[in-house]
Design a protein around this ligand. Sequence first.
Ligand code: SF4
Length: 138
Amino acid sequence: MAVEEKRGFCTLCKSRCGAIFTVEDGRLTGVRPDPDHPTGAAMCPKGRAAPEIAHSTRRLTTPLRRTNPKSDPDPGWVEISWDEAMTEIAAKLSAIAAESGPEAVAFAVATPSGTAVSDATEWIERFVRHFGSPNTVY
Ligand code: SF4
């Protein structure tokens, strides 16, 4: 079994705590604080649970499409590809912008303080500005 120790930082929130990750045969199996890293003095329970989160059978790894109305208690989720999801969302956003203007769209972004979105926040904000909407909520 190939066991590697990789230095990096936890990506589960914007604190980016320095950490040492244990990878066994390509699978994340452990994480601990890296005291040699400027932000590595300690890690919270969520950061320490990174291996469980990464390999959870309940983790969503593909887009899902609702196939039942929102009034139905069963959403009827079906898996779709990233290409399908991106194409469908782009078409809907473009249609709204053409009909009512980009200001008619409000974007919602998960908090960088509590989710793994923090490394993507600048790209999301860039997209929203390029789209032309002033409406973003976190
Ligand atoms: S989730 Fe916890 S361990 Fe990870 S960066 Fe944020 S505070 Fe640090």
